[in-house]
Design a protein around this ligand. Structure first.
Ligand SMILES: [Fe+2]
Length: 243
């Protein structure tokens, strides 16, 4: 059977978005899953989302929120909203779940595809890639022709030709052979590109097509969970605007 990959990232404990994405994966005939990290943080269902991701049995890389939640990192320098959710999430996960998160690798290469949360240029530093110059630093370290990532929560394609890097707006795209691609799959659980719909990508190696999927989900339900958990209101508000 031909393989078809779903690449999911920045799920961020948003169960309502994750369930809709997984339904769409089934409808798309996805056979394999890859996860670019940040399973937890920001939303109100960390244990539920982590359980689902683990049951997928797929490669998962370490996101910065996965790292902060599962380490004893001092949160004094953090954005107070992010720090509050990280502390709350620590209290919602078992020691076994925290150990699982703390053991996630920063980089995985599977079937010729690389996964990293932020960038291959020092993956454990979680730098942001928003432009082609930042992507150039990634390509120095990207060995495989194809690498998927997340972290900015904004879907994007970076293309490396012989001596130049180009930024291409996320769109369904047939990847030419002979170039390298660093593809941001966007965020399942907290999109920030102005489109509140859940985002993920599908990769079909046979046709070389990457498809950026956007799905409406029950934002009000996710907001209600945030409010019921007593998490900051700002986290509920931003889901509605995708910022
Ligand atoms: Fe994230």
């Amino acid at each position: 059977m031909d393989r078809k990959f779903a690449i999911l990232g920045d799920i961020h404990s948003n169960l309502d978005a994750l369930n809709v994405v997984l339904d769409d994966c089934r409808a798309q005939g996805v056979t394999d899953f890859l996860c670019t990290g940040d399973v937890v943080g920001y939303n109100a269902c960390p244990a539920e989302c982590l359980k689902i991701v683990r049951e997928l049995g797929c490669p998962v890389v370490m996101g910065n929120h996965d790292h902060y939640v599962s380490s004893s990192q001092n949160l004094g320098d953090f954005n107070p909203v992010a720090a509050e959710v990280i502390r709350w999430t620590r209290g919602k996960l078992s020691q076994e779940e925290l150990d699982y998160l703390s053991g996630l690798p920063f980089v995985v290469t599977s079937m010729g595809i690389t996964l990293v949360h932020a960038t291959m240029d020092c993956p454990e530093a979680f730098g942001y890639v928003f432009d082609h110059l930042q992507a150039e630093a990634n390509f120095i370290h990207q060995v495989t022709p194809l690498c998927f990532h997340g972290h900015t929560h904004c879907p994007m394609i970076y293309e490396k030709q012989v001596s130049a890097v180009y930024r291409i707006d996320a769109q369904d795209f047939k990847l030419p052979i002979g170039r390298k691609y660093f593809i941001n799959v966007g965020s399942v659980g907290q999109p920030r590109d102005g489109d509140p719909r859940a985002a993920y990508a599908v990769w079909d190696p046979k046709t070389r097509q990457v498809s950026f999927r956007r799905l409406e989900y029950d934002v009000a339900a996710a907001q209600a969970r945030i409010r019921a958990a007593g998490l900051p209101e700002r986290l509920a508000e931003r889901l509605a605007i995708g910022r």
